[in-house]
Design a protein around this ligand. Structure first.
Ligand code: GDP
Ligand code: MG
Length: 595
């Protein structure tokens, strides 16, 4: 295929507006998959199917006949969720255009806005599609007007479609061909390719997804990374249709996969430029490396399973280079890992994948953001674990990361949302009406305040009608303290948190009460305390109870007694001893979630 007959495009949309369904239909239409195959074909991961979201961007090459000529269309499906906007922007880097899908019954939502601007910033041609027109509640004319008001898009250029019934789909690919420019690379130039994704395949090792920007790539070529000079042999090259299909070469403008025998995705730096050995070219504008913004400790439920967890973490991170991890030790939980994620959903997905795909049983500590400690000499250090927050040492200040949040909501809910954001220490920076009865709010919020129940609160305050997206912003100085929970005077390191001073007391009380409730009856007296920067601010006591498990079957039969003892032993295995109190794992679990 000559470049003028290639189109590289993505589908971008707010979550649930129909990207994956649209991708399925386009694959059927071009014969890449048979009709009635598993739905959301590109959502390969089990978590994706269960949660109905796309986590990893996937790519597929389609061949489509238009006005008597065959075109090669490379479709890159992207996740819509905020945590994965990094995946979205790297997918877009390999594209010249994007289908912007909007649910015609819901209209523009927060991620529609965020994704549109990602595409707009990269100068992509945007083809607007109003989807779900089969729904009784669809109002395409109203949504087209919103597109004009919000993005200056001509309402007449909006395609009307239903990915579900197939209505209007025949206009989609012709619009892709006519409105999205062909890749502009030089066919005669030296090889220059963009590495935009990499994943680990059990049998093939690391598979890299690339766009050949200039020149050609052949099997057997020796290529070099512009970022670190490492050399790689191209063992196999091909297209995804959607299964890998070896072609022996990729031409200018083509998107496909390569296999180089790399063992881990760490050396396949996404955003890197690769060229032929001894034929260097200037690097393509890369993209921002992902930065972990949410950290959590991950520990095996039973300390003996550390090896297994180690193996599972190793395996999963092979596939997701955006997860940072290192070993750490907790007095309460033993050996585990400190992992860094792009966001909370990213963390949950990782946790779920560890459990599902690797059969690991885990405890995850409360998520924390990275804090910057400013020392009296002006130097700064970053901490990723609240237990590193120094006590009894004078700090010049503590800085926390903030985000710029975009909220799109029916205007009736604006008051309630403002209250919520104020309570979460937010500053309003923009307040705009984008359509009749729809308002866009922009807030600068501490990232830490988005943890816990922010999404749930926002959803329940607005009956699910508000949508939300955020982008990382700068660090801001804040009045933060370390909150510890103590059992019989001993701090439980795994439960330490960094919180705003104004919230420490109420949080401390909640945690003490919760701990008391969860520990239940104890043989000996237990004191539970919360401390803010070493000062006790809350306290609960569990009084002693002199009974044991055998008392109940006094005089009872022996086998029942043995069974109970066995059961008790089982239970003990999953306990951790802190301040001479045996704490069941479930207690850690539940307390981590308290907010
Ligand atoms: P994504 O999150 O953007 O990938 O959205 P999905 O493709 O997973 O679709 C979300 C939900 O909307 C699924 O239940 C789809 O079946 C449904 N859906 C997608 N397109 C249409 C459509 O055109 N009409 C209707 N009625 N439902 C649709
Ligand atoms: Mg999807």
């Amino acid at each position: 295929f000559p470049p003028e007959r290639i189109r590289n495009f993505s589908i971008i949309a707010h979550v649930d507006h129909g990207k994956s369904t649209m991708a399925d239909r386009l694959m059927e239409l071009t014969g890449a998959i048979r009709k009635g195959m598993q739905e959301q074909y590109l959502d390969k991961l089990q978590v994706e199917r269960e949660r109905g979201i796309t986590v990893k961007a996937q790519t597929v090459s389609l061949v489509y006949r238009h006005k008597g000529a065959d075109y090669l269309l490379n479709l890159i499906d992207t996740p819509g969720h905020v945590d994965f906007s990094y995946e979205v922007s790297r997918s877009l880097a390999a594209c010249q255009g994007a289908l912007l899908l909007v649910d015609a019954s819901q209209g523009i939502q927060a991620q529609t806005v965020a994704n549109f601007f990602l595409a707009f910033d990269q100068d992509l041609a945007v083809v607007p599609v109003l989807n779900k027109i089969d729904m009784a509640t669809a109002e395409p004319a109203r949504v087209a007007a919103e597109m004009q008001q919000a993005f200056d898009i001509d309402p007449a250029s909006c395609l009307l479609a239903s990915a579900k019934t197939g209505r209007g789909l025949e206009q989609v690919l012709p619009a892709v061909i006519e409105r999205i420019p062909a890749p502009q690379g030089r066919e005669e130039g030296r090889l220059r390719m963009l590495l935009f994704d990499a994943y680990h395949d059990e049998y093939r090792g690391v598979v890299c997804l690339v766009e050949v920007v200039d020149g050609q790539l052949h099997k057997g070529d020796k290529v070099v990374s512009a970022s670190n000079g490492e050399q790689h042999d191209i063992l196999e090259v091909g297209v995804l249709a959607p299964e890998p299909h070896a072609t022996g070469r990729l031409c200018t403008g083509q998107v496909g996969y390569i296999i180089t025998g790399l063992k881990t995705t760490k050396s396949a730096r996404v955003g890197d430029t690769w060229f032929l050995d001894k034929q260097p070219v200037p690097a393509l504008p890369g993209f921002k490396p992902s930065k972990s913004m949410v950290f959590a400790g991950i520990y095996p439920v039973s300390a003996a399973d550390f090896e297994q967890l180690d193996h599972a973490v190793e395996r999963l991170t092979l596939n997701d280079a955006s997860i940072a991890f290192k070993k750490e030790n907790s007095a309460a939980l033993g050996a585990g890992f400190r992992c860094g994620f792009l966001g909370l959903l990213h963390m949950e997905v990782f946790h779920q994948r560890l459990e599902q795909e690797h059969g690991a049983s885990l405890i995850t500590t409360a998520p924390t953001v990275p804090y910057m400690l400013e020392h009296s000499d002006g130097s700064k250090t970053e901490i990723q674990n609240p237990s590193q927050f120094p006590l009894g040492q004078k700090l010049a200040g503590v800085w926390e990361p903030t985000v710029v949040a975009t909220i799109v909501t029916p205007s009736d809910y604006v008051g309630r949302i403002m209250e919520l954001c104020q309570d979460r220490r937010g500053d309003l920076t923009e307040h705009a009406v984008i359509a009749a009865n729809r308002t866009l709010l922009r807030y600068t919020l501490p990232l830490a305040e988005l943890g816990g129940d922010f999404y749930d609160e926002l959803k329940s305050l607005t009956s699910g009608y508000a949508s939300f997206d955020y982008e990382e912003s700068e660090y801001r100085k804040a009045d933060l303290v370390r909150l510890d929970l103590l059992l019989n005077g001993e701090a439980v390191d795994a439960l330490a948190r960094v919180v705003h001073r104004g919230k420490a007391q109420s949080m401390g009380r909640r945690m003490c009460a919760k701990m008391k409730e969860l520990l239940g009856r104890q043989l000996f007296e237990v004191t539970i305390q919360a401390a803010a920067n070493n000062r006790i601010i809350a306290r609960e006591t569990i009084s002693a109870l002199r009974k044991n498990v055998l008392a109940k079957c006094y005089g009872g039969d022996v086998s029942r007694k043995r069974k109970l003892l066995e059961k008790q032993k089982e239970g003990k295995k999953r306990m951790r001893r802190v301040g001479s109190v045996d704490v069941p794992q479930e207690v850690f679990h539940a307390l981590m979630k308290t907010n």
